[in-house]
Design a protein around this ligand. Structure first.
Ligand code: HBI
Ligand code: FE
Length: 290
């Protein structure tokens, strides 16, 4: 299947044609079946997200050439994005090496998988496909705070690699850009693309009693492992998206030093210093382990 093929491509085993790993999206080569998968996912998620996705996500989506009928054309997305926040969407075959990913983000190019999951794998993803990347990430890139924050992550990624602390920085990205929640007047809302592009995780992250929902704290998050194979055991909540702009301006180097040698936390652990918004029962993951 696709994920396996692209998984191989992301390793050292195969060499991309272009050094930056970009490919043509090949928009006209999508089949009716592929557009139909997009439509199924788009409609399901569009029904679910009102009242669950943050205002900025909804706003961004409205202004973009993204609809149910077809997989969006990256050139059209880039035109609108470029005008608003200076970002572009470029096509890649799947996961790309970390430094390639960071280099793109640092230059406000968002690498998006060009393939789409198969009809029998609607809730299964081993690698980011066009639905995750475009539906989940691109609306948020219309927001100036997220736009700057993700660029800063790309720049910070290159630095963190040299310092040997990429695992710490990657956790910050994971618990914000991918799985972040934000507090709004009406309650908690989704802004993370990993949640917003997933029907089951949207419901789990907002409505299930199992996960912890904890106020975001930079050092705390840097020290917290995450799950790549299942729903998160803890979600971290920011007060508003401008918090990300502040984060983008912080020099992480002294923080990496301070936490060096300190123990990491497991994904489901609640710590004495945490601002616990809703404590989780942990039931879901206990069941999976048991
Ligand atoms: N490549 N296409 C793609 N998308 C990602 O989200 C991605 C990647 N390569 C590396 C990576 N993410 C992460 O492991 C880094 O953020 C650390
Ligand atoms: Fe993603």
């Amino acid at each position: 299947m696709d994920a396996v093929k692209h998984g191989l491509a992301a390793g050292a085993a195969s060499r991309p044609q272009r050094a930056d790993w970009t490919i043509d999206q090949g928009w006209s080569a999508y089949t009716p079946e592929e557009h139909a998968v997009w439509k199924t996912l788009f409609e399901r998620q569009s029904r679910l997200l009102p009242g669950r996705a943050c205002d900025e996500f909804v706003e961004g989506m409205k202004k973009l050439p993204i609809g149910p009928e077809q997989i969006p054309d990256f050139r059209e997305l880039s035109e609108v994005l470029m005008e608003r926040t200076g970002w572009q969407v470029v096509a890649v075959p799947g996961l790309v090496p970390d430094e390639v990913f960071f280099e793109h983000l640092a230059h406000r190019r968002f690498p998006a998988g060009h393939f789409i999951r198969k009809p029998h794998e609607l809730d299964y993803l081993e690698e980011p496909d066009v639905f995750h990347d475009v539906f989940g990430h691109v609306p948020m890139l219309m927001n100036p705070a997220i736009a700057d924050y993700i660029q800063a992550y790309g720049e910070g990624g290159l630095r963190a690699q040299k310092l040997g602390v990429l695992d710490k920085l990657a956790r910050v990205y994971w618990y914000t850009v991918e799985f972040g929640l934000v507090r709004q007047a009406e309650g908690l809302r989704v802004y993370g693309a990993g949640i917003a592009s997933s029907y089951t995780e949207t419901v789990f992250a907002l409505e299930d009693a199992s996960p912890n929902r904890i106020g975001f704290d930079l050092e705390r998050v840097m020290r917290t492992h995450y799950r790549i194979d299942d729903f998160q055991e803890s979600y971290f909540v920011i007060d508003n998206l401008d918090r990300l702009l502040e984060l983008a301006r912080i020099d992480f180097a002294p923080i990496y030093e301070r936490i060096a040698g300190q123990p990491d936390h497991q994904p489901g652990t609640v710590l004495p210093g945490d601002e616990v918004i809703t404590p989780g029962t942990g039931q879901y993951h206990r069941g999976r382990r048991g």
